[in-house]
Write a protein that binds this ligand. Structure first.
Ligand code: HEC
Length: 304
């Protein structure tokens, strides 16, 4: 039998326990374990449709790699939109998925200073800096017209879109640099998201030397950062699809500027087997800023 004194004691103890629980939650510096409640991170890939996560993952060592399943990504807040202007899709297409911003939130990764790289099965790499995310709200696509992305046939060939792609409700270029209009970053075959320090990534390809805003070096930089960097790497940053790093491009720009510019405009005219897509819309002024920019890298030691 519980006496009234004991009952009082019990109430008092329960209160103390509740207080202790509140305090431990509010403890400064207590690290919220990632993955729980938000996204479950696995150490091993369990399916070809798992999304690989790497880079700066809070609470994990720098080289840690984790995996998240398609069904766990579906548990995050979803957005569904009808897309009409994404060349990955034919005609009006309903896509649903997760804003990249939502993935940052679920992983407790700060929005500020974080660049997200989306890495594809062919080592193509799309980049989502802070400003791009704020202006264009990229979506990691989990479903296309109600079907899982991997099961949706690719429009350009017989392949599939792979586990993931990135799209937008709509895309309007925010600026132009000469003949270059800001391009939508819409990779398919995305296997991995890598979270990087934005400044570190951009420093790797910042023109070597001091150049004023609006100089050819800085204009070329802006184009190269969004275009060339998807396939050409600078050290570990950028796409590795071309396996031809920035320092090599710098040497070609320096030693053979005419060939360099012809290659950008129409690679197949220089090398009939070229896989690089051409950029026929680039006029002479645009090509020239790219050459001037890459020449600043011509004396860099070769890097992989
Ligand atoms: C979609 C991927 C892709 C993009 C984007 C891309 N490249 Fe390439 N690039 C390649 C590949 C792949 C090669 C290797 C040769 C080939 O197959 O064309 C290459 C080769 C080159 C070469 C030939 C070098 C040599 O001496 O053989 C130059 C120059 C070059 N790229 C410059 C650029 C510049 C400058 C940009 C940005 C304006 C750029 N590329 C954007 C994929 C790309």
């Amino acid at each position: 039998m519980v006496t009234s004194v004991n009952r009082l004691k019990l109430i008092w103890m329960a209160g103390l326990l509740a207080l202790a629980a509140t305090m431990s939650l509010a403890l400064p510096g207590a690290r919220k374990p990632i993955g729980q409640k938000t996204l479950l991170l696995r150490e091993k890939r369990a399916s070809t449709e798992d999304l690989e996560l790497s880079g700066n993952l809070p609470g994990l060592p720098a080289n840690a790699v984790r995996f998240v399943s398609h069904s766990d990504l579906l548990k995050l807040p979803q957005v569904t939109v009808t897309v009409t202007d994404d060349p990955n899709f034919k005609g009006k297409t309903e896509i649903s998925g997760v804003y990249l911003a939502e993935i940052l939130r679920a992983l407790d990764i700060p929005e500020k200073d974080t660049l997200i790289a989306a890495i594809c099965d062919d080592k193509y790499e799309a980049h989502y800096p802070v400003q791009y995310r704020a202006e264009h709200h990229p979506i990691l696509v989990l479903r296309i017209n109600g079907k899982q992305t991997a099961q949706w046939p690719r429009t350009s060939d017989d392949g599939s879109y792979g586990p993931y792609l990135v799209s937008h409700a709509s895309f309007t270029p925010r600026y132009r640099v000469l003949a270059y209009a800001e391009e939508a970053q819409i990779p398919n075959g995305v296997l991995e998201l890598r979270f990087l320090e934005e400044e570190e990534v951009f420093n790797a390809i910042h023109p070597r030397g001091d150049f004023a805003a609006g100089s050819p070096e800085m204009l070329g930089y802006q184009i190269a950062r969004e275009n060339c960097f998807r396939c050409h790497n600078a050290d570990s940053y950028g796409g590795h699809k071309a396996s031809m790093p920035w320092s090599t491009l710098g040497r070609v720009a320096q030693n053979n500027p005419k060939i360099f510019e012809r290659y950008i405009k129409n690679p197949q005219a220089v090398n009939s087997l070229a896989q690089m897509p051409g950029f026929p819309e680039y006029d002479d002024a645009t090509l020239s800023t790219l050459t001037t920019y890459f020449q600043t890298f011509s004396t860099e030691k070769g890097s992989k």
